[in-house]
Design a binder for this molecule. Structure first.
Ligand SMILES: [Fe+2]
Length: 318
């Protein structure tokens, strides 16, 4: 079920109180009882921060919206495409984009923020970046150094739940391109990690596992979706289904859609940047997913944080 949720609706329902807030929660595991969640978190994806279109200001507005409230997110997971794009840039431009990105976080957030890698966070992969693959920061190395990680995937626990951040970006060095993929080493790690955690789990990634994006836009005549979804999805789902995985979150497409398959919900979430800071994308406003946890159940809702691009604001002003 896909549901569009605009700011006006959100404000109206917020004003009605906690009981009424239950109404729009349609996409994840649903519950009929109105009660306070054990804890809440935020999943923010596709920020695409750079020095144009007031992107950093927009991201900061989103962060404040999630944090400056009576029940703020206890942590944030980002879904990749943190910077506007470093696929086609060198180190200097990449540094400038991430400084804006971290500046917004540093000014607003005092809870942990965990970062998924997106295709646009891999340095110089495109030929027109001017970099060659032997550059010391090429591809994911830049991300690993900047985020002080050994691997571009990780996991952590919070209040009886397990959270996994996967790397679904494959790099085709020969053709200087990316594709959706989880390699063998990461898949083995995932299986071991989920087995040792043995808790209800949320998994976040950038390039999603399941989507109808391409079919909806182009029908089935062009079956080449290798940049839109993870190519080895059967192997990944086989691993996930062995463990108590409840919700799998994806980004990359900048739209909301949700599928439940054999007891696991696969939800792709709209972008903080909307259509790359140019307005709504396919009808989905700039926003993020608020996650609420009740025992071993989780539900999510898309929150429009009220951003309007300059053209929209001017139109409203008349
Ligand atoms: Fe993106």
């Amino acid at each position: 079920m896909v549901r569009r949720f605009g700011r006006r609706d959100f404000v109206k329902l917020s004003a009605l109180g906690a009981g009424a807030m239950m109404l729009p929660w349609g996409c994840a595991t649903t519950t009929t009882k109105a009660r306070k969640p054990d804890f809440s978190a935020a999943f923010m994806t596709d920020m695409h921060v750079y020095d144009e279109k007031k992107a950093a200001e927009g991201f900061e507005t989103c962060l404040r919206y999630a944090m400056d409230r009576p029940d703020p997110a206890q942590f944030i997971i980002t879904g990749g495409d943190l910077a506007m794009d470093i696929l086609a840039t060198g180190v200097e431009e990449a540094d400038a984009q991430y400084e804006l990105y971290f500046g917004a976080i540093d000014r607003t957030v005092n809870v942990p923020v965990h970062h998924v890698i997106g295709n646009h966070d891999t340095l110089g992969v495109y030929k027109d970046s001017g970099l060659t693959p032997d550059h010391p920061k090429f591809g994911k190395t830049y991300f690993l150094e900047r985020f002080k990680q050994d691997k571009p995937y990780k996991s952590f626990d919070h209040d009886g739940w397990h959270f996994v951040l996967l790397d679904t970006v494959g790099i085709d060095v020969e053709n200087r391109d990316y594709y959706g993929h989880i390699d063998e080493e990461q898949l083995r790690w995932l299986d071991d990690d989920l087995a040792s955690a043995n808790k209800p789990t949320v998994i976040a990634m950038h390039i999603p596992l399941l989507t109808s994006y391409n079919e909806r836009r182009e029908g089935i005549e062009k079956p080449d979706h290798k940049k839109a979804v993870v190519g080895n999805v059967p192997q990944v789902i086989d691993v996930m289904e062995k463990h108590p995985v409840k919700l799998v979150l994806g980004g990359h497409l900048h739209i909301n859609e949700s599928y439940t398959f054999r007891g696991i919900e696969y939800a792709n979430i709209g972008a903080v940047s909307g259509r790359w800071w140019r307005g709504a994308r396919d009808g989905f406003e700039e926003g993020y997913a608020r996650l609420e946890f009740f025992g071993d159940r989780v539900r999510w809702r898309y929150v429009d944080y009220g951003w309007e691009v300059e053209e929209e604001a001017q139109q409203k002003a008349g």
